[in-house]
Ligand binder design. Structure first.
Ligand code: NDP
Length: 319
């Protein structure tokens, strides 16, 4: 195990009081390990259970460019692992009832183990997103967004729920550091259903003492300064300054913010919610943006889909 302290403060043998840099936690490498492990498991399932494969349906309404990009990376990851993934696209004119019908038909199909509805919905009709996420059967809700799965997570029932993919990826990255979560003080910035709230619950049930911060938190720098483990999901470019960060902390940055950059072909580049260069000089471990949390989200969706297939086999008394 790597100790938190071993990576803190000053680099051994450093000259002139220069601070050491944090160890970078690579989401690219970690997600590759997860995907390789899943591929081996899916290959085994296929050979042991006469061609059985986990199966995932991605339901999309409309044609948003960003959604198309996210969906294509999910389909590519699934294909590499051996998961059967199907993309179902409804037109922008689809009504709430039509979308609900599509969800019901996947819910009732026993050969599908995972169902995600790509958000945000790109619809011309009014659709209640909360109603939609709760219409997905909790047993197939591999995004972990239904109230049932969120409720189980908040009660610490981690083995029977699906954990939302981004927080689950953050936990995997924290695990990679070798730093034990138990007994640490963790601070989460953000309380959304998809990132902040489930991240709080996960850290809590891994026995950290957790502080949740949000837009009304009065003393954010002070709270951040108390964090042995800091997870940021605020959607505010470089909001967390390096000088706020506790020496040796584990810093996980979920932020995806686009800023103009004339040197790039696309005229923009992505940065996180943490000011990376200054935080890098105080943290013990830090995730880069891009290449940190981002690649983990898709990997953990695959993990949840394989987990759902595992549960299906258990239920059928096959495993
Ligand atoms: P939301 O906008 O839903 O939530 C943002 C949260 O941050 C809210 O709880 C908000 O507080 C809080 N917040 C906003 N401003 C501040 C502030 N100044 N100080 C403290 N807290 C603040 O965003 P998401 O949770 O969906 O996403 C967060 C970030 O993570 C975004 O950059 C998003 O792009 C990224 N993301 C990355 C993913 C990945 O795969 N890497 C996946 C999902 C998201 P309040 O509740 O009070 O409004």
């Amino acid at each position: 195990m790597i100790s938190l302290v071993a990576h803190s403060f000053w680099a051994p043998g450093c000259q002139g009081g220069r601070r050491s840099m944090a160890t970078i936690i690579s989401g690219i490498k970690t997600s590759k390990l997860v995907r390789e492990r899943l591929k081996m498991e899916v290959d085994k399932m296929e050979s042991h259970f006469s061609g059985f494969r986990p199966s995932l349906v991605v339901l999309q309404v409309g044609d948003r460019d960003d959604s198309n990009l996210y969906i294509s990376s999910k389909l590519k990851a699934a294909a590499e692992i051996g998961i059967d993934a199907k993309h179902v696209r409804l037109p922008r004119t689809a009504t709430q009832d039509e979308l609900l019908q599509s969800i019901m038909s996947v819910n009732e199909n026993p050969s599908v183990h995972g169902l995600i509805v790509q958000l945000p919905l790109d619809s011309v009709s009014p659709i209640n997103t909360e109603l939609i996420t709760n219409a997905v059967s909790p047993e197939k809700d591999v995004d972990g967004l239904s109230c049932i799965n969120a409720g189980k997570l908040s009660r610490g029932d981690l083995n029977s729920c699906f954990i939302p993919c981004t927080p689950s990826g953050c936990m995997e990255l924290i695990r990679q550091t070798g730093v034990s979560v138990e007994g640490k003080h963790a601070v989460v910035i953000g309380r959304s259903k998809i990132v902040g709230a489930p991240m709080h619950d996960l850290l809590l049930w891994h026995h950290a003492t957790v502080t949740s911060c949000h837009s009304k938190t009065a003393d954010l720098p002070e709270q951040v300064g108390r964090a042995d483990i800091l997870v940021v999901g605020a959607g505010r470019a470089e909001m967390v300054r390096g000088e706020w960060v506790k020496q040796g902390a584990v810093v996980i940055d979920c932020g995806i913010n686009y800023i103009p950059d004339a040197t790039k072909k696309s005229s923009k580049r992505v940065i996180g919610d943490v000011h990376y260069t200054s935080a890098n000089q105080r943290a013990g471990f830090i995730t880069p943006v891009p290449g940190g949390v981002g690649p983990m989200t898709v990997a953990m969706l695959m993990e949840n889909t394989v987990q759902s297939a595992r549960r299906f086999l258990l239920k059928m008394n096959l495993s």
